[in-house]
Design a protein around this ligand. Sequence first.
Ligand SMILES: O=C(O)CCC(=O)C(=O)O
Length: 270
Amino acid sequence: MPFQLNDAKAHLKEHGWCKIPSVLSTDEAAAVLDRLWKAKEEAEKRGEDTYMPLIDPNPSNIRVFYLLELDPIFRDLIANPTAIEMVKSVLGESFLISNFTANIARPGSQSMALHSDQSLVFPEPWRDVWAVNVIWCLTDVSKANGATLYIPGSNNYVSRRDVPANARELLVPFEGKAGDIIVMDGRVWHTSGANVTADQDRALLFGYYTAPFVRQQVNWTAKLPREIQDTLSPEMREWLGLNPLGNVGVAGDLRYLSVQYPEDDAVVAK
Ligand SMILES: O=C(O)CCC(=O)C(=O)O
């Protein structure tokens, strides 16, 4: 039976994640990986660190931030129609692109902190889903080469107190093939896996989208060069928060008071 996106959406809603196979062909994934290595070189040339001791235990994890300014291929991926359809299924029509980063786990890499992505951008309680990650597999991903590990059911945790003391024993890998995407809602608790292979890289991209009232992790207006901003579609400008107006009227009612609460004629006459 052909893959049904609606089944994936239902799985995402219930379990907090889903996998969509072959959004990219194997060749396309390999081409993106090649561009990622070039982006890593370019980021380093620009003086940006690709090892972050704050989050990764050793330099075998290679982080590339600000993908959107490094290569147009990443601007295409963040706006990929399948990815956007999944994002809208969680967040609705209106959302922001908070971040787009890469984590290449090379042999010897170790796990970062267990966290949920929502917990990084606003305080508990996390009663609703206001964030979603689209994870692009650029290589085959297995437990051995450092697949992202997650706790099944953790999409229902409302507070840090809900994370069990034996969290480490509950972790399960998101395995996949190069070209698959894994969509994970912002409440799922997860970490990077350890890459215990001798010679396999595990390369993932993380497209992070949030509800429009959550401050983005990157201020794209400040970060993206003007020449790039000027090439973007009106839709992308809105998703990146580049337009002059930001957080206005999300769920507000701005009708005049006299319309919202018409005066009672009898009261006025008195
Ligand atoms: O690389 C991974 O598997 C997870 C990365 C992650 O969760 C993060 O960078 O916040």
